[in-house]
Design a binder for this molecule. Structure first.
Ligand code: BGC
Length: 524
């Protein structure tokens, strides 16, 4: 790929010659000579993101109840790599210190999630509310606001209360819809006066696919023909059911939000996590045509119900009876139930169409009639993949994805809720190596540039961007081995935080131009 061959010097040239034509027919970008905050439209928000389960720790404080991942990691330690026990990175005790890190980076906003198990330790209000848990999030939000940082709050980032798992199978049951609405309504009422930006669900595709179709994430369910490690589950069925319940839960939460008086002026969306796809074989028109199908399955599956009230026709045609159907009332609640499109972008892949699916072994990927390939027909890797990188780096896919969403879905407001670079340093892991993260800095430069081009040239309506993540943290099935932070966390010594090269870059990038907090509200 051309990108792979682009020498560093070429990149530097690109980064120093950004000139954004300001036009009236879309976002207005100031002309600049070097890529920085100043190259983006006025008022654009930059932040960092985390999730409760990945950073908080303190599992025995505030009467926190057991969460899905606690039990999963205990039951299957090998599938969870959690050799640090419940330590996480102790955001619970160190949030003040960490907010100072956000401030020193010159960020405007911070995306955090609320652990349901700290608010309703056993999953429902009737079984008890933890006032200490409720207070903890007040304290964090207040501290953010005091420091001029806008909170973006995720209601659910994969930590289902274990009691609901035990009682009725969590998201496998439609009973989750009522319980989720109660919980969402509670947090809206509690924090909605001061939090104006909400994400109901983080990455429904990952939650449903990794958790219930390939068994890679908790609860680790799938058919044994997909993954022999799975002891229970049914691939090709459960992921659709879980998604269906999740979407109905979202629609209920959205309705509760609209009925919440103190939430007025706020916005709600979901954070989707599509990859971008390039054709495996440029000469094969079926590979080219498969891109649209790939996007319907990975993005349209969750996005279209919240826009139009139903699943994409492609999915209905292929998945047939295995895809649940919405009632007329559910469709009506789902339609227009998101105020912006949240996108988490990490990587891209090649799409190779499948000629002969095996109907006896259904699974989501096969249903999309696509194999994901890391190399194309000419044996090129997509983008570049440094030795320690978790995923291929392909910023062109980011720009293409944003343009695709603009064109296909009528130019909605988009917020980049996550973008970042994971690496496993293995035996070389040390403060010195971990903080010299030039590959992460390069990743951020490329993706910020791709986003700037999407906004300023393609006129995509993107209004904010969050780096995943502020700190190295608990990376689900990879435990603490896979690092994503702008700050290195020394897991062996007191969880001390050290700024990485990527952190220095982001700080410098954000030090130029005008911070939105410095712009008078009526000018925004
Ligand atoms: C998730 C995060 C995760 C990150 C890196 C996203 O899928 O929202 O929780 O840590 O990607 O894998």
């Amino acid at each position: 790929m051309a990108l792979q061959k682009l020498p560093l010097v070429g990149l530097l040239l690109l980064l120093t010659t950004v000139v954004s034509p300001a036009r009236a027919d879309g976002p207005v970008c100031p002309p600049t000579t070097k890529l920085s905050r100043a190259s983006f439209p006025e008022g654009f928000l930059f932040g960092t993101a985390t999730a409760a389960y990945q950073v908080e720790g303190a599992v025995n404080e505030t009467c926190r109840g057991p969460a899905l991942w606690d039990i999963y990691c205990k039951r299957y330690p090998a599938r969870c790599n959690n050799d640090n026990g419940d330590v996480a990175v102790d955001f619970f005790h160190r949030y003040k210190e960490d907010i100072q890190l956000m401030k020193s980076l010159n960020t405007d906003a911070f995306r955090l999630s609320i652990a349901w198990t700290r608010i309703f330790p056993h999953g429902t209000k009737e079984k008890g509310v933890s006032r200490a848990g409720v207070q903890f999030y007040h304290d964090v939000i207040d501290e953010l606001l005091r420091n001029g940082i806008i909170p973006f709050v995720t209601v659910f980032h994969w930590d289902t209360p274990q009691d609901l798992e035990d009682e009725y199978g969590g998201f496998l049951s439609e009973r989750i819809v009522k319980d989720f609405r109660e919980y969402a309504d509670f947090v809206f009422q509690e924090y909605g006066g001061k939090v104006k930006n909400w994400i109901t669900f983080n990455e429904p595709w990952v939650f449903a696919h990794a958790g219930y179709d390939v068994g890679r994430k908790a609860p680790g369910r799938c058919s044994s023909y997909v993954n022999p490690q799975c002891q229970d589950g049914r691939s090709g069925y459960e992921a659709y059911l879980v998604t269906h319940n999740l979407l109905n839960a979202h629609a209920e939460a959205y309705e509760a939000f609209r009925q919440c008086e103190k939430c007025k002026g706020g916005k709600v969306g979901l954070a989707h996590s599509p990859a971008w796809f390039e054709p495996h074989d440029l000469a094969d028109s079926q590979d080219g045509a498969s891109i649209k199908r790939a996007m319907d399955f990975i993005l349209g599956w969750h996005l279209e119900p919240t826009m139009y009230g139903d699943y994409p026709q492609t999915m209905k045609d292929i998945v047939g009876q295995r895809l649940p159907t919405f009632t007329t009332a559910q469709k009506a609640k789902l339609r227009n139930s998101a105020d912006f499109v949240g996108i988490n972008y990490y990587t891209s892949t090649f799409s190779n169409h499948i000629e002969k699916p095996d109907p006896s072994k259904p699974r989501w990927k096969q249903d999309s009639l696509i194999d994901w390939e890391n190399k194309n027909a000419q044996d090129y890797t997509i983008g570049s993949k440094p030795f320690t990188a978790a995923l291929p780096v392909y910023s062109r896919g980011f720009r293409s994805l944003l343009k695709y969403i603009k064109d296909k879905y009528g130019n909605p407001e988009i917020m980049i809720m996550e973008n970042g670079y994971g690496e496993e340093l293995g035996a070389t892991d040390s403060i010195a190596v971990g903080t010299a993260d030039h590959n992460r800095k390069y990743y951020l430069q490329r993706h910020l540039l791709a986003m700037q081009e999407a906004i300023c040239i393609d006129k995509v309506n993107v209004t904010g961007y969050f780096v995943w993540s502020l700190l190295d943290n608990f990376e689900w099935q990879d435990g603490y081995k896979n690092r994503f932070g702008l700050y290195y966390v020394d897991f062996k010594n007191n969880l001390t935080r050290y700024e990485k090269e990527s952190g220095k870059f982001y700080k410098d990038f954000l030090s130029q131009g005008v911070r939105p907090s410095a712009i008078k509200k009526d000018e925004l």
